[in-house]
Ligand binder design. Structure first.
Ligand code: SF4
Length: 716
């Protein structure tokens, strides 16, 4: 139902946008950006928020706009200017979720300050981070005070085991001294955010003192008033605009970290990442080999229960030992039947239903039962501890006992969730990918079992969209093969009557600024060895012809990238020097060196894998030539991808047409997007994979790219 304030809010949002454009130096009106501003204004005005008059709305008005905004539209200015103004007018808040740190930094450091200053009504903003980015002062003080960091009752789950001799003792001493420096830093005004430390701490040093939900006693904690995490949360309560990431957005749905979604306006930028993030968020996994935490569980439960005079079932000790035996048995079965069966030392192996139930079923059931028994005991003690802490606020002993329980609860919870998901049968099993993984560290082999839901649309519909009233989802790469269908399905928005889709065109003149050259090869891309060798040769020749300016070559496999590097060196040893390879140095340093060379008039080429295909920003001369060595199909041995393909086929679909081609279309759209970053850039995009014009699916993918002129160059 439309609200009488709708058009007023829309008008106010657009007025804010026009004012910002008029006031910001260097800004000029852009047709696409204003079209996007209109979409944002419409969606954020036409939804009903909260519970007016304290009454729950049965059927609140919702509006979700999916906006593909091509590169160069300037989408962040459109959604910030409009969204912040409407949120303020509606006494609500604007929540912006991003996928990458790069975009978060751009929003926090550049866009938000500039737009807040230029808006008709200024607004405040803050960055929301996950709890684990902040130090837990309570844990820190305990760790800093332990002279030798000896492993006592209060120290759980912090691998590896530490016999305090020799190098291990030295490492412990260094760690304790690091914690003492952190205590001093707090005294000197450090805000407790790990990102503001001069040197990022090593994970093994940070994790024991990081804030964490299960060990946090909240208001009962003696450090609560001075807690970095809760201080940051209190700040969030006062600002108009909150920036978060997709992980935090999804994790906080039931955890009340961010504002209630039914009560705020949501922008999801880099929205094409949301489905994958949803799958990751609901994945479960358990470690079968690092089990030191489990040895201490019975002693900890018994000590806490005796201090509280709470009786626990006698079955605690046997439950812990049977759980340990079952986890070890699972590891043994996987070593004997999977690892020994030709799997490389490190790698993943997808588990079929027969394997799960016939080979692993019995120990999995034991894990599920005993993990639940121990969880129940821990929860019973935690409930009693909470009650005692309410009566004795600030008791360091009670909070220490609570933290000790919380140290192993995540392990138990992971074991229970993973075993239950792995044991799922029937329809639930069809919607779950199951696999094991091996990772080797010296002679030690780590083994994990995993289970993960494969339909992100179901997850998002259930957990996110059921709560959201007004949202804009945007990205430069939402459509695939020219339509929104794939994204809507994956994003859980298919068939939702409150969803609209809009494609806002980029201001770039692709027909003039760029071109696609399809270089045909003699070898078919299916003849992998011959194809890779031929492409490596062709690419080396193209790099040899580059006289100045930058190039970017993208690969689907590291092996092929290395082969191309060798081919360049074989052609001319000095030519090799103009190639900068992903992984050879940190990404920032690599791009800086590339820019330095290009600015000095030297040719320079970056070679990279899929992550460079999406995140790299090489404007102007930094990317005159873009080489795409092969169509970026997903990895064939990815267990989640395999399970998804099976599900589509079993549901009567065609996995290749319905899943593989659209996914590849989105990826290629991202990869080709590296070429033209501004209205003055020009770039030639060479695709060495002839399937893009020869196969019907290739032409489908090609049709979804911006309107570059396409030239086919036949092999000699
Ligand atoms: S309130 Fe929680 S996170 Fe903060 S210091 Fe206390 S236990 Fe740690």
């Amino acid at each position: 139902m439309a609200h009488e304030g709708d058009s007023a809010w829309e008008g106010l949002g657009l007025h804010a946008y026009d004012t910002v454009v008029g006031r910001l130096a260097g800004f000029r009106p852009r047709e696409g950006q204003r079209a996007m501003a209109q979409e944002v204004a419409r969606a954020l005005s036409r939804c009903e928020l909260g519970e007016p008059n304290g009454e729950r709305l049965d059927d609140p008005a919702r509006a979700i706009a999916v906006v593909q905004a091509g590169t160069g539209v300037g989408k962040s200015a459109a959604y910030i200017a409009v969204g912040a103004a409407i949120a303020k007018a509606r006494s609500s808040r604007l929540l912006i979720s991003t996928s990458t740190i790069a975009l978060q930094s751009q929003l926090m450091e550049k866009d938000l300050p500039a737009i807040a200053a230029a808006s008709p009504e200024s607004f405040t903003f803050a960055l929301a981070k996950g709890r684990g980015r902040y130090v837990c002062k309570d844990k820190l003080l305990r760790h800093a005070l332990i002279e030798t960091a000896s492993q006592d009752l209060l120290d759980f789950g912090e691998e590896p085991p530490a016999p305090a001799t020799g190098a291990a003792a030295l490492a412990q001493e260094q760690r304790v001294s690091f914690y003492r420096r952190l205590v001093d830093a707090i005294g000197a005004g450090w805000d407790g955010d790990r990102d503001t430390l001069d040197t990022p701490p090593a994970p093994e040093d940070w994790i024991p003192v990081a804030a964490e939900r299960h060990t946090c006693t909240v208001k009962a904690c003696p450090q609560f008033d001075d807690c970095a995490y809760y201080r940051a949360r209190r700040r969030l309560a006062d600002v108009d605009v909150i920036v978060a990431n997709h992980d935090l957005l999804l994790a906080s749905v039931n955890a009340r970290v961010l504002p209630e979604l039914s009560d705020c306006l949501l922008i999801v930028d880099e929205a094409h990442h949301l489905p994958k993030k949803a799958v990751d968020q609901f994945a479960a996994s358990m470690d079968l080999t690092r089990l030191r935490w489990l040895d201490k569980v019975p002693k900890a439960l018994s000590q806490v229960s005796s201090e509280l005079s709470v009786t626990l079932p006698d079955a605690i000790e046997p439950a812990a030992s049977e759980l340990r035996a079952a986890l070890a048995e699972l590891a043994r079965l996987l070593m004997d039947n999977v690892h020994a069966d030709g799997l490389a030392a490190d790698g993943v192996h997808r588990l079929g239903e027969v394997e799960v139930h016939e080979l692993l079923g019995e120990p999995l059931r034991v894990v599920s039962v005993h993990a639940a028994t121990l969880m129940d005991a821990a929860n019973k003690l935690a409930t009693e501890l909470r009650a005692r802490m309410r009566d004795n606020p600030g008791s360091t002993r009670l909070t220490a006992l609570f933290a000790a329980l919380g140290g192993f609860v995540p392990h138990l919870s992971a074991a229970r969730e993973a075993s239950e998901s792995l044991l799922a049968q029937g329809e639930a099993a069809r919607r779950t990918a199951k696999w094991c993984s091996f990772d080797t560290d010296g002679t030690y082999i780590g083994i994990r079992l995993h289970a993960c839901p494969i339909l992100p649309g179901d997850l998002l519909r259930h957990h996110l969209w059921s709560r959201v009233r007004g949202a804009v989802l945007t990205s430069a790469t939402i459509t695939s093969c020219g339509n929104f269908g794939f994204f809507l399905r994956e994003g859980g928005l298919s068939g939702d009557p409150d969803v609209t889709t809009t494609a806002v065109q980029s201001p770039f003149d692709y027909a003039r600024q760029g071109a696609i050259v399809v270089r045909q090869t003699k070898a078919s891309p299916k003849e992998l060895a011959a194809f890779n060798a031929e492409v490596a040769q062709l690419l080396a020749q193209e790099i040899a012809q580059l006289k100045q300016g930058g190039g970017l070559a993208l690969f689907t496999s590291r092996r092929h990238m290395e082969q191309a590097v060798e081919a360049v060196g074989a052609l001319d040893a000095t030519l090799r020097e103009r190639v900068l390879v992903q992984g050879a140095r940190p990404r920032g340093a690599l791009v800086a060196e590339h820019a330095r060379r290009v600015q000095a008039g030297q040719p320079s080429v970056i070679m990279g894998l899929a992550s460079f295909g999406e995140g790299l920003d090489l404007p102007g001369d930094l990317c005159r030539e873009l080489w795409i060595t092969k169509l970026p199909f997903g990895s064939p041995d990815d267990p989640v991808g395999e399970a998804r393909a099976e599900f589509v086929e079993a549901s009567g679909g065609n996995a290749f047409a319905d899943l593989v081609v659209p996914e590849t279309g989105v990826r290629l759209l991202q990869w080709t997007g590296r070429g033209i970053r501004t209205e003055t850039d020009t770039a030639r995009i060479t695709i060495f994979d002839r399937r893009i014009t020869e196969q019907a699916y290739g032409r489908r993918i090609l049709a979804g790219l911006p309107p570059y002129p396409v030239e086919v160059v036949k092999s000699d």
